[in-house]
Design a protein around this ligand. Structure first.
Ligand SMILES: O=C(O)C1=C[C@@H](OP(=O)(O)O)[C@@H](O)[C@H](O)C1
Ligand SMILES: C=C(OP(=O)(O)O)C(=O)O
Length: 409
């Protein structure tokens, strides 16, 4: 589906309800499979949460998680400790290019029986579930935090718990902390000191408990971008959010303050208001701990005519697409002067944006959503716009609600 987007409404006053965080949802769905007395509210309606939910219920045979990185990594750990269950865990063409060797090696240290059915180090995986008696694992922490969260999520159901020794710089730390916080909420004891994480085995079953998923902060990033581009006084209210979020992407509030957007919390809403036009000429930031908002920020800077130097982007090359390369190609089409390395992005300030450009999305939801706010500046086309369903199926409906004129080509 190719969409044409344009919007002349640069003074928006709207309230939007965003679906639950896909990261929190996929963790809680796994925990619920291990502890059925838990119930979850505001679960994400994203494709990634749906494939996670379906995957957990499959007893034998092929489990296809499509493009969902968290489902791939979390289900690998889950099936490895399901005694007597045998599955082939696979995904999309891109998923077969996203590395998983570090997690498989870590699970093998615990005693797991997992083999690669095609390329060594990549999905698909043949997993023969068994009791995992070991408890000590040494693993690299600088490639993806999802490998670490995957182990932590099953840890309290292992006979001896888990002691995880992390090697190298730890990437995407807030996602690890989110996992530990959710474990703590259900009564599991954990510790995280320096490069050692410990999870105690659960002695007593947790009480039945309702856990409410906060809405998705990565999805909120597109509204931050929109508000930053709009006129003074623009206000968008997003539900349901809280100031003490478990999601690292809530750092958006302090980042977009620098682009003139003020954040306030009222009841269960976060209120974004454009309060200042005074902008710096250059923005510098290390996104090691919030990689999913890199595309949003790069496009916001381009729309605002601000240059930027973004670092800590080493994980972007192994996400839904090589996001550094994709940003370079697509922003260049619009007239940007941009350079990327394996972990950085440099954008020069530019005052003009080419109109009626077609943006390719590379099977990456965040390419479509990050570029959409540019429609406030110039008309543009988005190819394969349905990709947004990976994390935010209602995205285009919500764009129409805030005044975007969208037509299918
Ligand atoms: O644990 C999670 O829910 C996630 C961790 C991050 O991945 P990396 O740790 O691979 O950067 C993030 O990019 C992804 O969207 C979700
Ligand atoms: C990287 C992402 O997802 P995943 O790794 O879970 O596929 C994302 O949603 O931006």
């Amino acid at each position: 589906m190719k969409l044409h987007l344009f919007s002349q409404n640069t003074h928006i006053q709207q309230s939007i309800t965003i679906t639950g965080s896909k990261s929190e949802s996929n963790r809680l769905l796994l925990l619920q499979a291990l502890f059925p007395q838990l119930s979850i509210e505001n679960v994400s309606n994203s494709d990634d949460a749906c494939v996670m939910d379906e995957g957990l219920s499959i007893k034998e045979g092929v489990v296809d998680i499509h493009h969902a990185g968290t489902a791939m990594r979390f289900l690998t750990a889950f099936f490895a400790m399901q005694e007597g269950r045998s599955v082939i865990l696979t995904g999309s063409k891109r998923m077969k290019e996203r590395p998983i060797g570090i997690l498989v090696d870590a699970l093998r240290q615990l005693g797991a029986d997992i083999s690669f059915t095609q390329d060594e180090g990549y999905p698909p995986l043949q997993i023969e579930g068994r009791r995992l008696d070991e408890s000590r694992v040494v693993m690299a922490a600088n490639v993806s935090s999802q490998y670490i969260s995957a182990l932590l999520l099953i840890a309290s159901r292992l006979p001896n718990g888990l002691e995880l020794i992390l090697e190298g710089d730890i990437t995407s730390v807030p996602y690890i902390e989110m996992t530990l916080s959710l474990l703590n909420e259900i009564g599991v004891d954990t510790s995280f000191n320096g490069n050692i994480i410990r999870v105690m085995p659960l002695m007593n079953e947790p009480e039945s408990k309702k856990l409410v998923v906060e809405s998705d902060w990565s999805s909120a990033s597109y509204f931050y971008s929109i508000v930053s581009i709009c006129q003074l006084g623009t206000q968008v209210r997003l539900s349901s959010y809280k100031s003490n979020s478990l999601q690292g992407d809530s750092v958006l509030a302090s980042i977009y303050q620098q682009f003139g957007v003020t954040t306030e919390f009222e009841d269960n809403q976060v209120v974004l208001t454009k309060t200042s036009e005074k902008l710096q000429l250059h923005f510098e930031y290390d996104l090691t701990h919030a990689p999913d908002i890199a595309q949003t920020i790069a496009v916001s800077c381009f729309a605002l005519g601000i240059g930027c130097s973004l670092s800590g982007l080493h994980t972007l090359k192994i996400k839904e697409t090589d996001r550094l390369e994709a940003l370079k190609v697509e922003l260049s089409k619009l007239g940007a002067q941009i350079d990327v390395t394996n972990s950085e992005l440099f954008l020069k300030p530019s005052l003009t944006i080419k109109s009626e450009v077609t943006i390719d999305t590379y099977n990456d939801h965040r390419m479509a959503m990050a570029f959409a706010p540019l429609a406030l500046k110039v008309p543009l086309y988005i190819n394969d716009a349905e990709v947004v369903s990976k994390s935010y199926p209602d995205f285009w409906r919500d764009m129409e609600q805030i005044g975007f004129l969208i037509s299918e080509q």
